[in-house]
Design a protein around this ligand. Structure first.
Ligand code: NAD
Length: 268
């Protein structure tokens, strides 16, 4: 019960990653207010978590909705200690992206996280400390095929965390990002159909040979929220199965072209 007496808001809570975060927070003793555009799934997730969870239908691009999300935490559970921002859209027409699409993606993926932090800070200050985790992505630091907008928004989140961490450190509020690699999600299911197929695609570039389980992302989030991470702020934690550690050679194409000198060893 590491988080007994703690209260959290989580956006994007209808996603597999968001619901795993909500579920693990409750299992660790916290009370949570879950926000998402999808009220059917979000409501079901909250009901499954019992009396320690509430769901508030939230469009994170609307300040009034973010206010209700935070006010619910304070009114129902007495305060606010943690913020987790996981809502995202994947709109990305690459070089054909319209200004309107850029605005929407930046609004959901970046500005909403910034506004959520701004609105949460006074409540965390009242508690004497707080912690924020923003879900970024491996896309924040690496280009990906057929993508432009989404990676730009995820890169911006690393800057948001770094700079918010500086601004809020003297109020004992820590801000970090978690960057998942390919993780089992509705988004991946929409694109690849089955988990088996997605696992086999991810196996090529995630050294551990599979997608992440949503719970593995949640584990990292809970660690960064906890006092075990009390000296960690303004940083990014990759939970990517080795994606960022692999260079292009790891895919194997160049392997046969690399000469092996016998005195230096043999090919494995
Ligand atoms: N799945 C992956 O491989 C992966 C990898 C890296 C990062 N992520 C990140 O994980 C998070 C969850 O994404 P996912 O992959 O599970 O996809 P997803 O589409 O299942 O989840 C996104 C969630 O955001 C919600 N949302 C979208 N617009 C919203 C709005 N305006 N207001 C409130 N909620 C809104 C959706 O309803 C949905 O529940 C995102 O931040 C995503 O960028 C996912």
């Amino acid at each position: 019960m590491e988080f007994a007496d703690k209260v959290a808001v989580v956006t994007g809570a209808a996603s597999f990653i968001g619901s795993a975060i909500g579920s693990q927070l409750v299992a660790a003793g916290a009370r949570v207010v879950l926000g998402d555009l999808d009220d059917k799934i979000g409501g079901d997730v909250a009901s499954g978590l019992g009396a320690s969870a509430r769901f508030v239908r939230t469009d994170v691009t609307r300040d009034a909705d973010l206010d209700v999300l935070i006010d619910t935490a304070v009114a129902e559970f007495g305060g606010l200690d943690f913020v987790v921002s996981a809502a995202a859209v994947f709109v990305d027409a690459q070089m054909q992206t319209t200004r309107e699409q850029w605005h929407h993606a930046l609004d959901v993926n970046v500005i909403a996280a910034a506004m959520l932090i701004e609105k949460a800070v006074p409540h965390m200050v009242q508690r004497g400390s707080g912690a924020v985790v923003i879900i970024a992505s491996i896309s924040a630091k690496h280009s990906q095929p057929n993508r432009l907008v989404y990676p730009v928004t995820k890169s911006a989140l690393l800057g948001l965390a770094r700079n918010s961490a500086q601004l809020l450190a003297d109020q004992s509020i820590r801000v970090n990002t978690v960057s998942p690699g390919w993780t089992w999600s509705r988004n991946i299911e929409r694109r690849y159909g089955s988990r088996e197929r997605a696992d086999s695609v991810a196996a090529e570039f995630q050294a551990l040979g599979r997608l992440a389980h949503p719970e593995e992302i949640a584990d990292a989030v809970l660690y960064l929220l906890s006092d075990r991470a009390s000296f960690i702020t303004g940083t990014d934690l990759a939970v990517d199965g080795g994606y960022a550690a692999m260079g292009p050679e790891a895919l194997g194409q160049a392997f046969e072209k690399i000469p092996v000198i016998p005195s230096e060893g043999v090919r494995p």
